[in-house]
Design a protein around this ligand. Sequence first.
Ligand code: OGA
Ligand code: NI
Length: 426
Amino acid sequence: MVFMYSKQLNEQKYKSMAPTEITSPAANPSVRHGNPPGHYLPAHRALLTRLHNRYTHLALLHLKLLRFLNCRPVMAAVSPAPHSPPKMVDGEPNGHPGTGARGGNVDDGIPVVDFDVLINGTSDQRSQAVRDLGRACKDWGFFMVINHGVPEDLKKEFVEACKELFGLPEEEKAEHLEAEPMAPIRIGSGFYAVVDGARYLRNYLKMFAHPELHCPAKPAKLRDVAAEYSAKTRDMMQHLARAISESLGLDGGRISEALNLDSCLQFLVGNHYPRHTGPGDLGVRLPAHSDPGLLTLLFQDGVDGLQVEHDGQWILAKPLPGAFFVIAGDQLEIVSNGRYKATVHRAVVGSEQERMSFVSMLSPSMDTVVEPLPELEQEGKGLQFRGVKYRDYMAYQQSNKLEAKEALNIVRVQHGDTNGRIEQLN
Ligand code: OGA
Ligand code: NI
């Protein structure tokens, strides 16, 4: 659906989503038929009642944000979507792994960054590694990191703790089930069931890990594991942010200062994707999207399924053993004034095996107003994004349908705005 950014249109949109429509299971056949018995997915009746109760709150949040963004009809405020869908599209947004993605491996050219060289290399090695990293960000917005120093055992413990959590009876995690988009702990299904009706089969745990660790009480081991895993991956991403800053010709600390990364919002996500369930299921478990933060670090449990868009094609991302994937997020595109683009990706799961993936995301601090660094303004082109507080950006991104780079497009400055400067919309 095309964004409708007049307040009026949004109010209409909410009116048309009458609660009776939401609470009727018949309105959502994919929810009714989608859940394989024995898999954890919230009881629909309880879920839908909860959604109903949250409905008003969500609508208000949405409208508040639209007011904050001072939205006008879409053509006036938002430049045309720069994202052209990948060419190999079959059926709905995205297609099937078998037909939609090139079978990826290192030959596909997914860049590889040796973290150890970035940290411990000689100055020449380091300079070369920074240049390579810059090229990886520019050409792909996606790369693998090897020799990262995060112990395999710690990754395994995080996997095990998440598995335990997904296996717990619903009562044990009830307080976090389908929590609102900015709640520090969320356990749910789909992307955000209020807007996608849990149409995409996926169970998730999302928890804020920094500045403060928020963790479900059970399983008991999760807290310590999450604390250690988040600290190690945060440290690594802070180093990557330094090197990325340098790759843009800036001081190493520039991005970190601009985004207040010392008090960054970091969150951890565990994703569990049930396997393919039957005819008509194309296996898309998380539709094409870019991530809201600065950098996303991802590993999977051995079953591939992450696809990234590159040169108009879906590439199946096959990791080197033990490697992490790093995905450039929306805030990197904003702060770099579009030099580095957020990468569109999706998750696809076949009929053979269920899959899990684990994300650690580094974002600006919640109260940072993120805007392009003025020194990256290009002659005659101006700044490509207007400033937006990260808290508002994330609230918006997390409470709407996942649609490629739609959230980013809202803060993109239209060509022809006064000198490309952020237009004061008030
Ligand atoms: C995500 C995501 C992809 C995957 O959680 O934002 O893109 O491979 N996950 O599960
Ligand atoms: Ni993602």
